[in-house]
Design a protein around this ligand. Structure first.
Ligand SMILES: Cc1cc2nc3c(=O)[nH]c(=O)nc-3n(C[C@H](O)[C@H](O)[C@H](O)COP(=O)(O)OP(=O)(O)OC[C@H]3O[C@@H](n4cnc5c(N)ncnc54)[C@H](O)[C@@H]3O)c2cc1C
Length: 386
């Protein structure tokens, strides 16, 4: 079966169509309001779970809906195709970065307390790695957790945390040991722990429907049993999830590019200038063809890496390279495509009422989050031996 066929099996076509219908009905009409509100309603998590889409790609043993990374990719593609956005994806599916470490560590108590209710849409989890002092250099985080009997006492701050305003818990990277990557652990910290505050809700260029927080920890006591995996093994856990996160962002990038292209084609057909539809102009058609070419290339590369990820250990250097390459190619594609799409829309592309304005703003974060483009290139050079 070719990679394309794998994404178009009868089951996946049915999944794609069901997600598109759900998005058209339950999401797209409300998204402008949620953008103004600065966050998604909690009920959307429950409704998406009830429809069967929140937990696609997670094993049933931990409360998931089953399926694999290709199914999860189909959900993302379909939501974007039907008028969703990457901001929506980031916030509604924050569990895709908050839960995998807990699932992989396999502690039944943590799975029952945090994974199941989140996949059921009843609770919201965030991942807290980035700090005010920096995000790219994960090995240098400063938030400290000191053991005191049956608890860790946590002090420090996190910033730019997706869904952090609404989250019920945060899977948090803390320093339990010495300097560098070998001193980092992951702790699940409950929002209602005394000393844990959302110090700021951050306003952003894009992703308006996704709440983003700065968090403060002031002598927060966290039970030792909320340690994920081994003490001082957190860096490895974080790194292990990067392949999935980066491929997920690559899917968001080419999915947005495809939606922006579709919107631009429709507009170019209906908009007349100088007595002819825009699409009658060769310069516009060539623009659309270039947008199509870059989007298709990004999709092919990303899907190929996704399919490899089903069978390849997450720590395999060639898979890490594929994921990093796919992310950078897809980010470059979407940045080109949203820019050109706004141009095709003219003044309307600059208006809040046009969907394309949202994609233009939302796309900008994709080359920064989950590993900035420059950092991805450094990693690629290392993996390629250059
Ligand atoms: C909307 C949004 C949501 C986010 N959600 C989360 C979240 O849920 N959880 C979380 O933990 N973090 C989150 N982040 C943080 C994100 O992961 C970081 O912003 C990212 O890792 C970059 O870190 P930084 O912003 O501290 O930039 P820095 O590390 O300070 O880097 C600044 C810039 O310098 C460049 N750069 C950095 N290092 C190098 C280098 N070695 N060589 C060349 N150039 C370099 C890059 O272009 C980078 O963009 C989010 C950020 C945003 C904006």
């Amino acid at each position: 079966m070719t990679t394309t066929d794998l994404f178009e099996t009868p089951e996946r076509q049915a999944l794609r169509s069901a997600v598109e219908q759900f998005t058209t009905r339950e999401i797209a009409p409300h998204l402008p309001q949620w953008e103004d509100d600065g966050e998604l309603p909690r009920e959307l998590h429950a409704a998406t779970a009830k429809a069967g889409f929140l937990a696609v790609g997670y094993p049933e043993e931990v409360g998931g809906a089953g399926g694999d990374a290709v199914d999860a990719c189909v959900v993302t593609e379909a939501m974007l195709a039907a008028g969703g956005s990457t901001g929506l994806q980031a916030s509604l599916f924050t569990h895709s970065i908050a839960l995998p470490h807990i699932i992989d560590a396999g502690d039944t108590r943590l799975v029952d307390a945090y994974v199941r209710p989140t996949l059921a849409g009843d609770t919201i989890g965030s991942l807290g790695v980035t700090e005010p002092s920096g995000g790219s250099d994960v090995a240098n985080i400063r938030t400290r957790a000191v053991r005191d009997g049956d608890h860790y006492v946590v002090n420090g701050a996190k910033t730019f945390i997706t869904s952090g305003v609404r989250a019920d818990f945060v899977t948090t990277a803390v320093r339990t040991g010495g300097e560098g990557h070998a001193g980092i652990s992951l702790l699940v910290i409950d929002k209602d722990s005394p000393g844990f505050t959302v110090s700021r809700s951050l306003r952003k260029m894009g992703w308006h429907c996704s709440d983003t927080a700065e968090l403060a920890f002031d002598d927060v006591r966290v039970p030792v049993e909320n340690l994920v995996g081994e003490e001082n093994g957190g860096f490895y856990l974080v790194m292990q999830q990067f392949v999935g996160e980066r491929l997920g962002l690559a899917v968001q990038a080419y999915g947005t590019a495809q939606r922006a292209l579709d919107l631009a084609v429709a507009y170019a057909r209906e908009r007349d200038t100088f007595g002819k539809p825009l699409i009658a102009r060769q310069v516009i058609r060539h623009k659309l063809v270039e947008m199509h070419a870059r989007t298709s290339a990004a999709r092919a590369l990303t899907r190929q890496a996704l399919v490899r990820s089903l069978e390849t250990p997450k720590t395999d250097p060639s898979l890490i390279l594929d994921a990093v390459t796919a992310k950078n190619v897809a980010v470059a594609a979407v940045e080109h495509v949203v820019h050109e799409a706004v141009q095709v829309f003219g003044g309307m592309g600059y208006m809040r009422e046009s969907e394309i304005d949202r994609h233009y703003r939302d796309a900008r974060i994709l080359g920064i989050g989950g590993g900035a483009t420059e950092v991805m290139k450094d990693l690629s050079a290392k993996l390629l031996g250059y």
